[in-house]
Design a protein around this ligand. Structure first.
Ligand code: GLU
Length: 280
């Protein structure tokens, strides 16, 4: 169910032809083309990352990725009410795209070679860095190497977990959970000593009312995480989304979204990346 614009255009043309035929026979058909559902667009986001992608208790969606995705959808011809939000957990993203369950993904999704074998990426649209979150009273982790022999939580299918195993702290006792919320609970009740993922995500957690004063970020900048918009391999959406992202930066929307979503957590973000340029 990959609704590329090309297919939409074909459908729209077919609907228009059908309408033209129908109009010859009967007069007061309200029109509406292929029906409301054709306007829908399905977008994969995170549901548990305040400031990035969050499903709130009242069922609305907030965060930088949500704003970026809404802007992209608008540029592709979809009103915000046409967007169907779907949870895209870290380990599920490539599969969701490959199966056509979503049209695109905006979910703190780092561009890397491994993933690029299976999906295509538009962007990047944000540069983040891997960091750690520890309990506020813990002074035993002051550099990445201190993570060795510590209980470290990360999420299955994330670059963060991969980086720990291959380079950052191979001797850490890595526990991979399905979602970030589970890691946070583990950090709070001391089942783990640290949670590692992007600083953009960790800043959002640390600023939550329920966690105020409990956690702190290491500030280690252990990697470059170039966030991209995932699309199906070979999809023409990639070029259209790149155009939308460029416009979003140019017209000041990117700045507005950054201030709105990262301001409350006091996250010091990098400047807007250039489309097609990956910071290694
Ligand atoms: N940006 C990293 C990744 O794509 C970590 C955040 C996440 O799991 O979404 O894996």
């Amino acid at each position: 169910m990959n609704r590329s614009k090309g297919r939409k255009a074909t459908l729209a043309a077919a609907a228009a032809a059908a309408l033209a035929l129908a109009a010859g026979a009967c007069s007061d058909n309200g029109g509406g083309g292929g029906g409301g559902d054709d306007d829908k667009i399905t977008v994969g986001i995170k549901f548990d990352q305040p400031g990035i992608g969050l499903k709130t208790p009242d069922g609305t969606y907030t965060g930088f990725d949500v704003d970026v995705a809404t802007y992209i959808a608008k540029e592709l011809g979809h009103d915000p009410s046409d967007i169907v939000w779907k949870e895209a957990k870290s380990a599920d993203r490539e599969t969701l795209l490959q199966r056509g369950d979503v049209d695109f993904i905006a979910a703190s999704y780092s561009i890397n070679d491994e993933r690029a074998k299976k999906v295509d990426f538009a962007g990047p649209y944000l540069l983040a860095h891997q960091d750690v979150l520890v309990r506020a009273d813990d002074d035993s982790i002051t550099k990445p190497a201190d993570l060795n022999n510590k209980k470290l939580c990360s999420v299955t299918g994330s670059t963060s977990a991969q980086n720990v195993k291959t380079k950052l702290a191979p001797d850490a006792q890595l526990q991979e959970y399905g979602g970030y919320s589970e890691c946070l609970t583990g950090l709070e009740n001391k089942a783990v000593d640290a949670l590692t993922t992007d600083d953009s995500i960790l800043a959002g957690y640390a600023a939550q009312d329920e966690f105020k004063g409990k956690f702190k970020l290491g500030g280690f900048k252990m990697s470059n995480e170039n966030y991209g918009i995932g699309v199906q391999k070979g999809s023409e959406l990639k070029a259209e989304i790149n155009t939308a992202l460029e416009k979003m930066v140019e017209d000041g929307s990117w700045d507005t979204y950054v201030k709105k979503n990262f301001g409350p957590a006091n996250y010091q973000n990098e400047p807007a990346p250039e489309i097609g340029v990956i910071v290694k």
